[in-house]
Design a protein around this ligand. Sequence first.
Ligand SMILES: [Zn+2]
Length: 473
Amino acid sequence: MAYSEYWNPKNETLPREELQALQLLKLGRMCDWAYANSPFHHRKFDEAGFMPEQLKALDDIRRIPFMTREEWMHSIMETPMFGDVVATAETNAIRYHLTSGTSGRTPIRVLDGMKDWEWIAEMWCYGLWGFGIRPEDITYFAFGYGSFIGFWGAHYGVEKIGSLVIPGGAQTSEGRIKQIIEMGVTTVFSTPTYALTLWQKAREMGIDLARESKVNKVICSGEPAGSIPAVKRQLEEAWGAKCGDTAGMTELGTIMIFECSHQPGGTHIIEDHFIEEVLSPDGDEPVGYGELGERVVTSFGRGFIPAIRYRTKDMVMKVPASTCSCGRTWDLYDGGIRGRWDDMKLIRGTNVYPRAVEAIVREYPAIDEFQIYIWHKDDLVDEIDIKLEIKPGLEAEWPELQHKLAKDLASAHEGLRFNIVRMEHGYLPRFELKAKRLVDARPARNVRKALACIWQATNDLDLQFEQLYELGV
Ligand SMILES: [Zn+2]
């Protein structure tokens, strides 16, 4: 059967003037809904002197006040359990989820109704169909199915497309690999990090996934690495499959961007359901195509918790739809989400972004796992170490790699010195959900932070105790 390339052929190829007219209409409706039903938005609109009827052109979006994570958190604390941001009776909810709490932040609690969930699945369908998932596919979710929203929406999206879903919930990596082969799985959903871990495990089991599995698509989400070229290349080689990136947020319940099957090196924005503004970080000036800025998102689909001009702190670079050859009229984020503005570390006067470091480290296939470790030498100087493990069998590459990696990192960071440190194989932690490869061990503000650093630094319990003892905790 001949399928269309698009999930929604009309909206995905809508001329941009019509697309913008649709966005304006939906924006007005969302603001009306939020103003009438969410005390949080009502208060904020009043304070800013904004009324939904002021929206005459798309540019008028700039009259709407921003919504920040801090305000949302504050609302949850003032009005437990979910905050007065909620726009309908809590008894209408059918599902509760939490943000992942990455970077040690308190997770946000969210509720959704049935209609929200239908929309959440629909958004995933755009991305999954766009990357080539069809009813004939057999899909596998290497995902724990917990309170973190993760791939829940993708699960329903795949069902809606009509493919077979195999929910690979709580089980070992070995168990998952066996199931993937046994069931003839064609599409695997995973974080990029865990997809690499699965491949390593398979190798230890004597299984070559590229040859012995039927997997031809790996769909990534949850970490920015799915759009880092070197990671993508490794995944595609390891699995013998095409690797596609998607990105979503618990705050929205679903994905807002996806990579199409043309793999243009970026992700299309689902522009008939979201307005994605790119603004100067912490400012409110729009930045143009090809410039780095902060994503500010407005969603039209989630009625329970309206997200309007939500400041994400995600670092992105928008490029026009014509960058991709697929015919969609939707703009893209070149390189997907490039990390977070608040991930930046200042080391001896130089800005260091973990994702930029990862992009360089991943150019070395001999590196198995790594960690960016920042510490304070003699209470004076900041030092940055790249702790890494070499893949078994490739140890001979170490001396040259050590020298070359240090040079590559320095030249990308105004000559900043990176110490390249080799660790025993198995020393560094492995991740299933969201990888935490940055440890900032500079003088801890409190014991809790010190404990978190030690816990992140190594898997080894004895070493953890040793470090606790040294710190006098
Ligand atoms: Zn495309």
